[in-house]
Structures are given as C-alpha cells and as structure tokens.
Design a protein around this ligand. Structure first.
Ligand code: C2O
Ligand code: CU
Length: 425
C-alpha cells in the first residue's frame, strides 16, 4: 500500500534494495488488545512565528507550534498519531526519537516510508512500552526541518513510579533558525514550584550542539538518561553536566525552603524554578561523569557477555565530509545482524567535534569508556555522547528486526555523511 511503500530518494538516498526493504520493514503491529488508545493529530504547516524577543521567524510547525504539542501518554498505551501535511512541499515524516517500535512506524523518509506530501496523511501507531523522556521530530531532511521547528516533546509516564515527586516539568532546548530557545522562549522558562516540593525535571536537548547544564540553589540527582532510570543515583551538588544533542536527562530535586533554583545552559538559556530571591551566582562547578555514577545493578550484569559480532566505528572528519571509518553515508557498509544476535560496537570519536551517536529502534547498554568498564549504574541509551579522543563500547541486542538508521545527532554532521544503517538480514 501507499503508506508503507519504499523509494530511493529520501533524505539519505538509501541504496538498500527495495525488495529487502519491503521484506524487512513491513508493518508488524501488536494486535489490538485491551490497552487504552491515545490518538493525537499533528498537522504540519508553514507559518510565521513571533518570538518573545520581538523577532519574527519563518517556521514550520506542528499544530501551529514549535516546539509542537507535548505528547504525554502512559506506559502500555497504544499511541496513534495522525500526521497531516498542510503545505510543506518537501514532504515530512515524524520520527519518535528513542522509542522502540516496529520499523514501519519509525518515520525515516526513504527508508521506512515515503515523505508525506501536502494534502497527504500518515498514521503512526506503536505501544508505549518504555516509560521515559523522549521527543519527536521530522526525519525528512532532518537537518533543515528540525531547525525550522518540526520537533516536540514526548513523555511516557510510568505505570508505577520508582521515584517520588510532587510535580514534573519538561524543558526542551532547540535552535530555531539560528536562535536558541528553551520551551519556545528566547528568555527561558519560569516554573512554579513551592518550597520543599520534589520536582522531576525532564531535559531534552533538541539542538545540534552539546549543552552544559548548571543547577544552582539545590542539590539534585540525575535519575534517568535517555528515558532509562539509573540505579541508586547519588546526590549531586555543584556539578555541571553535559547533555549531547538528542539526549535527555531527568533530574530530581527538592525545592529549597526559600528562594529559587536556577538551571542554566551553556548557550545562555535559563529556567527559574520557584519564587523569591535567586541563589548566589557561582562558578566552581565540577564536571559530572556518568560512567561512574550510581551503583552497579546485579540485574544487568555485562561482565560475562559473549558477542556474536563486533564492529568498530570511527567517527571523524575526512576532507570535507563527516565520516564513519573514513567514508560517508553512501559508501559505508551497513551493519548486518541476525535477529537475536548480541552485537558489540566500539565507537571512537577521532575529531571534528562532539558526535552524539544515535541508533534507531534499539536501546543499547554502555560497556566501557576508553577501555574502562563502567563502574556505576548500568547506562542504557539511544544516543551516546562522544567527545574527541574518546572510545566507547556498547552492547546492542538485535531484537527489533528492520532497517534502522544510525547517525550523529548533530544533524548537520549526519547530513554531511555521518550516517549509516543497522539492518537485519
Ligand atoms: Cu532523532 Cu535519526 O534521529
Ligand atoms: Cu557529529
């Protein structure tokens, strides 16, 4: 049918044979059960958006907004999103960043579907299996369309809560045609919170650069990365942490008895929680390291894993392209896996900037950084922050058949060649 057709002229000009594509990426939907159905309509359109600094931008929006409407569902829900394209002639899709879903619903133009043209619609459906903080964005010419505004928050609330809090808030950082915004504002966010309340703060970096985040006025714990809970995370005070492009960090903090908590980003955005006086400015922050944070979880042992295949990916810069193993997208051989395989990837950043490496349709576990096994909580990610000179090893269980993109989530880098495929045979 039209909705699941393949073609070869998408964002990445995928060279995978159509026959293989249609065999591996057809709609495999769980049969409808008793789960609640949550239906959302998303209409994309061109429009002028007036920012709160008085500037007017030519933007592309979901339901008239950038960021688009927050989609908030509960773990176990069947989520049905009807995407309609009003007038974007380049066509659009929606990719559900970080969500493990059937390949046919992954929203990658030219790989899992054709871009949706003006007047057309496409219905996405998936079960919200893993609670956490996610986001959505167009995956047709992403480096252009995300920058123009086609992105939004996606929160899956847990059925049973591992952490206690009175209130939760989500902060999304984006770059809209050159201007950094926090929750759509050039000034930042003001969040109401009462003294003593426990607040869960979900932070999404939807921009292309790593953001350094500083929290002043309260101690906090980082309770989740990329939507996945950390095990026994300890309290942090006077730490700064880095959220790479595409990543999410969830914080848990208690509001002080009086005064505000200030959350600042390296790009100059800030969120103020609570009311009253601001904490004393400070500059003596220690850099948080997530590879030794929290405690090991005996339920997720990795020491004795054996792997069915190992691959090395060197992310770097070769002449004018952003490359993987010296090649750019069209020349990079796909990683080909069989269902059930345990795959080890060594991912090295050889230069050309930060490369947050994102794998679609899977959650991987980080094994080591620069040869050192992780010594704290197990860390499960969909987007791995890498900086120049670093090498990470990650473990991917090949348990979701299909054709999946892997790419740097600096979307400029992805469009300059730092993209490849992770395919099931
Ligand atoms: Cu968030 Cu392939 O993308
Ligand atoms: Cu990159």
């Amino acid at each position: 049918g039209h909705e699941h057709g393949m073609h070869e002229h998408g964002e990445h000009g995928v060279r995978t044979a159509d026959s293989q594509a249609s065999r591996s990426c057809e709609a495999i939907m769980a049969k409808a059960g008793k789960e609640p159905v949550r239906e959302v309509q998303l209409t994309v359109a061109q429009q002028e958006t007036k920012l709160d600094n008085g500037q007017t931008k030519q933007t592309w929006t979901f339901n008239g907004l950038t960021p688009g409407p927050e989609i908030r569902v509960t773990e176990g829900d069947r989520v049905r999103i009807v995407l309609k394209n009003a007038d974007i002639k380049e066509g659009v899709t929606v990719h559900w960043h970080g969500i493990v879903l059937p390949c046919s619903q992954d929203g990658v133009a030219g790989v899992t579907q054709e871009a949706v043209k003006p007047g057309e619609r496409f219905t996405y459906e998936f079960i919200a299996n893993h609670p956490g903080t996610y986001w959505y964005h167009s995956h047709q010419a992403s480096s252009v369309q995300v920058e123009k505004g086609l992105l939004g928050k996606l929160i899956i609330e847990p059925l049973t809560n591992g952490f206690d809090y009175d209130q939760e808030e989500t902060i999304l950082i984006q770059q809209l045609n050159g201007t950094m915004l926090m929750n759509g504002s050039t000034k930042g966010a003001n969040i109401e919170a009462s003294p003593g309340q426990m607040v869960r703060l979900r932070m999404i970096n939807a921009a292309n650069e790593t953001e350094t985040i500083r929290v002043n006025g309260a101690a906090y714990r980082i309770i989740a990365m990329d939507g996945h809970d950390l095990h026994e995370p300890e309290m942090l005070e006077n730490y700064q942490f880095q959220v790479a492009a595409g990543q999410r960090y969830d914080l848990l903090l208690q509001m002080p008895r009086q005064g505000k908590v200030i959350v600042e980003s390296g790009s100059g955005l800030r969120a103020a929680l609570g009311s009253g006086s601001e904490p004393q400015p400070r500059s003596d922050y220690t850099l948080f390291s997530w590879t030794d944070y929290g405690t090991p979880d005996p339920r997720a042992p990795v020491e004795n894993l054996t792997f069915d295949q190992s691959q090395t990916l060197e992310l770097g810069q070769t002449l004018f392209i952003k490359s993987i193993n010296g090649k750019s997208f069209h020349e990079i051989p796909s990683i080909v896996v069989k269902e059930g395989q345990r795959v080890k990837l060594a991912i090295a950043n050889n230069g050309g900037g930060d490369h947050p490496f994102h794998l679609h349709g899977h959650i991987f576990q980080v094994l080591s950084r620069n040869g050192q096994p992780l010594s704290g909580s197990p860390v499960f990610l969909d987007t791995l922050a890498t900086q120049e000179g670093e090498t990470y090893e990650v473990y991917v269980k090949a348990d979701n058949p299909g054709l999946w993109m892997m790419h740097c989530h600096n979307l400029m880098h992805a469009s300059m060649g730092m993209s490849m495929m992770f395919n099931y045979e």
